[in-house]
Design a protein around this ligand. Structure first.
Ligand SMILES: *[C@@H]1O[C@H](CO)[C@@H](O)[C@H](O)[C@H]1NC(C)=O
Ligand SMILES: *[C@@H]1O[C@H](CO)[C@@H](O)[C@H](O)[C@H]1NC(C)=O
Length: 367
């Protein structure tokens, strides 16, 4: 190689370095207040100490690729009625270790039983996760409303999380006798290549809601008190496929397993949804609810969402509903549920049988 070529190459490399974001350095950045964030994210190790995020600000970590984040203390968010999010993290190939530490959303200061439907403005989602890699061992306490929104740019494994909104089960002085926490969805996902596992979610809305996407696995989680594990609500022009929901425990939820598509939706497809080895007890309204009339329950269904290959296979899904609940209800739009669905691994007991309307493709199951 000629010296000229070498000099030219060096120049090009330098030019590249100037144009791109500064290369992350092999240093440790420490965050003890929001003022520390800009410097800390230039390092490939970021440690988070205990601190309070000022009201009305997002704790935003825009990380260099390959960064490791270690929580070394709890983070609390001061209260303000604004849209949020309270925390956001982005970057590729990230290792995020919560080490059991807590993000405290100060939910009781917002809760009024109305969630996102009224009352005061509540930051939602509380936590916006836009990383690939791993995100583990993080606790969220008392979210104002929805907890996690996940939109990973490449494969992401979320594990060993705790969401504890249990204090929102009780009414407070503003909630008119209803649970004070409302719309506290655990995970709202519109994404691909995501696994969520070994986590515990105690809330007052969907444990998981998949609005669109593919190749999503939800396994070995415990859902307490909310609205169960949901595909949907499905709007227009979306596709959901390749969803595996297995070995979860669902306790005292409105239903265990639900697919909800909007009556008004058009041009959407939901296919290849597999349930295996899930256990549900204390189910208040349904064991399984597949309903194309959302936001109504078992109302007039729409037929703009094609629904196929919804299977209960593998290990037995064992659900027990309360005495005034229905075991299984399926409400399909005209011609919009198609194919053959294998329900051989579904056992539901208690309550009464629900309606199965406009579809005769369910095999190996009777209630
Ligand atoms: C269904 O989804 C699973 C899990 O993502 C995948 O392995 C399988 O290939 C899919 N089946 C079809 C027919 O697409
Ligand atoms: C679908 O079910 C509803 C009841 O939920 C019924 O009124 C309607 O006629 C059915 N449509 C078809 C095409 O079977």
């Amino acid at each position: 190689m000629s010296p000229t070529f070498l000099r030219l190459s060096a120049l090009l490399i330098l030019a590249g370095a100037v144009v791109a974001r500064p290369a992350a350095r092999a240093c440790t950045g420490t965050i003890s207040s929001l003022d520390d964030v800009d410097d800390a994210v230039e390092c490939t190790t970021v440690n988070i100490n205990s601190f309070t995020v000022p009201a009305g600000e997002t704790f935003n970590l825009d990380l260099a690729d390959g960064t490791t984040v270690n929580m070394l203390g709890d983070v609390t968010f001061a209260v303000k009625n604004w849209d949020g999010p309270l925390f956001q993290v982005s970057g590729k190939d990230i290792t995020f270790n919560g080490n059991g530490h807590t993000f405290d959303g100060n939910g009781p200061s917002y809760w009024d039983g109305q969630g996102g439907n009224g009352g005061v403005t509540k930051p939602a989602p509380m936590m916006k996760i836009k990383i690939s890699g791993t995100y583990t061992n993080v606790k969220v306490l008392n979210s104002p409303a929805r907890v996690y929104s996940v939109s990973n740019p490449a494969p992401l494994v979320i594990s060993k999380l705790t969401i504890d909104d249990s204090a929102g089960d009780a009414p407070n002085s503003k909630s008119d006798g209803k649970a004070a926490g409302h719309n506290t969805d655990g995970f709202d996902c519109s994404t691909t290549d995501l696994t969520i596992e070994d986590s515990t979610i105690h809330n007052q809305d969907d444990c998981l809601a998949i609005n669109k996407g593919s190749n999503i696995v939800f396994q070995r989680n415990t859902c307490i008190g909310g609205h169960g594990i949901s595909v949907g609500s499905i709007d227009s022009d979306v596709t959901v496929s390749g969803i595996v929901i297995q070995n979860n425990v669902i306790q005292n939820n409105d239903q265990a397993l639900r697919i909800k598509t909007k009556a008004s939706a058009s041009d959407s497809t939901v296919t290849n949804i597999t349930y295996s080895g899930n256990t549900g007890t204390g189910l208040r309204q349904f064991g399984v609810l597949i309903d194309q009339s959302y936001p109504d329950t078992l109302g007039t269904p729409g037929n703009g969402v094609k629904l196929s290959a919804v299977n209960f296979v593998g290990s037995t899904n064992s659900l027990t509903v309360n005495s005034d609940a229905q075991r299984v209800a399926v409400n399909c739009g005209s011609g919009s549920c198609t194919g053959t669905w294998d329900w051989s691994a579904l056992k539901v007991s208690g309550g009464s049988a629900g309606p199965i309307t406009n579809f005769s493709g369910i095999k190996n199951f009777s209630q």
